[in-house]
Design a protein around this ligand. Structure first.
Ligand code: FES
Length: 268
C-alpha cells in the first residue's frame, strides 16, 4: 500500500481510500466540502511522489505543473509527501469576535476583527479556529465599503453544530484564530466588460455577494439591472435586495426566483 506523508507523519492508505480519507482517519482536518472533485476546497500539493492524473481533473495547467491535486479524488499508487495548498502562502492570525447578527432564521453574519494584517479577497475562504482547536471553513463575504478591515462570514446555524451553535451563544471580544485565505474564486480587476455568472444557494451566496461587491467597486461596467440574492431552500434566504452600490441602488429588479420553495423562503 502507498503511504502519505503529511506534517512529518507517514500514514498508510487503505484500499480505494483517498488522501482525504487517509488523513481524516488519522485525525488530520483537511478543508473539504463536496468530496466529489467539484469545489476544489480540498486542494493539496505533492512535494514528492507521482500524483494520479484523475486527481488533477479540472485543475488549471499551472496548478498541475506545480503538483497540486484534489485530496478527495486522489487514490495514490505511489508514496506521496503532501502539504496543504499554498501552505507557504497562507498564515494564521488571531482575530476578535465583533458581533453575530441574524440575517434570516438560519443564517447569521459573523464579523471578526483581525489582530494582525490579513490580506484576502472576498470569495476566498478561511478556517475559523476556536481556542480548543475546533475549526470550520467559511467563505469571506461583505462589501469593502461596509466592512473595511473587518472579516465578514455568513454562517448557517446548524442546531447542535459545534461551531455555529457556539457562535450563536458567544459574546463579543472572544478570541479566535483564522487560517488562510484559501481558494482562487474572486473578482480579478481589470476586465470591466467581462460577463460574470454567479450561481449559489444558501450560505453559498456569501462569497458571491462579496465578489459582486468587489466587481462593482472596481468599476465593473456590465452592471446587472438588478438582482435578488436568494436561496433555494425555505428559511435560508440570505439577503434580499442588491449589493450596496450607488450605481446599483436605482436599478430595476429583473431576477426573480419564482419556485414555490423560493416564495416560501422569501416570506420569512
Ligand atoms: S472536497 Fe470538493 S473537490 Fe474535494
Amino acid at each position: 500500500m502507498a503511504h502519505v506523508s503529511f506534517d512529518g507523519t507517514r500514514h498508510e492508505t487503505l484500499r480505494e481510500e483517498s488522501v482525504l480519507d487517509t488523513l481524516e482517519r488519522a485525525g488530520v482536518q483537511i478543508p473539504n466540502v463536496c468530496r466529489s472533485g467539484v469545489c476544489q476546497s480540498c486542494l493539496m500539493r505533492a512535494r514528492a511522489g507521482q500524483v494520479p492524473l484523475a486527481a488533477q481533473n479540472g485543475l488549471k495547467d499551472t496548478l498541475r505543473e506545480q503538483g497540486y491535486f484534489l485530496a478527495c479524488q486522489c487514490q495514490p499508487e505511489d508514496d506521496l509527501e503532501v502539504v496543504l495548498a499554498d501552505e507557504d502562502a497562507v498564515g494564521e492570525i488571531p482575530v476578535q469576535l465583533i458581533g453575530v447578527e441574524q440575517l434570516s432564521q438560519s443564517v447569521m453574519r459573523v464579523t471578526l476583527e483581525p489582530q494582525q494584517e490579513f490580506e484576502y479577497r472576498r470569495g476566498q475562504f478561511i478556517n475559523l479556529i476556536r481556542e480548543d482547536g475546533l475549526r470550520r471553513s467559511y467563505s469571506l463575504s461583505g462589501c469593502a465599503a461596509n466592512t473595511d478591515g473587518i472579516l465578514e462570514l455568513h454562517v448557517r446555524h446548524i442546531p447542535g453544530g459545534a461551531m455555529s451553535e457556539w457562535l450563536m451563544q458567544a459574546g463579543p471580544h472572544q478570541q479566535l484564530r483564522v487560517h488562510g485565505p484559501y481558494g482562487s474564486c474572486f473578482y480579478v480587476a481589470g476586465k470591466t466588460d467581462q460577463a460574470l455568472l454567479l450561481i449559489g444557494a444558501g450560505t453559498g451566496l456569501a462569497p458571491l455577494y462579496g465578489i459582486a461587491c468587489d466587481a462593482l467597486a472596481a468599476g465593473w461596467s456590465r452592471l446587472p439591472r438588478g438582482a435578488e440574492f436568494a436561496a433555494s431552500r425555505a428559511g435560508a434566504v440570505l439577503r434580499r435586495g442588491r449589493p450596496r452600490s450607488g450605481r446599483c441602488r436605482s436599478a430595476r429588479c429583473v431576477a426573480r426566483f419564482r419556485s414555490t420553495r423560493w416564495r416560501r423562503g422569501a416570506r420569512e
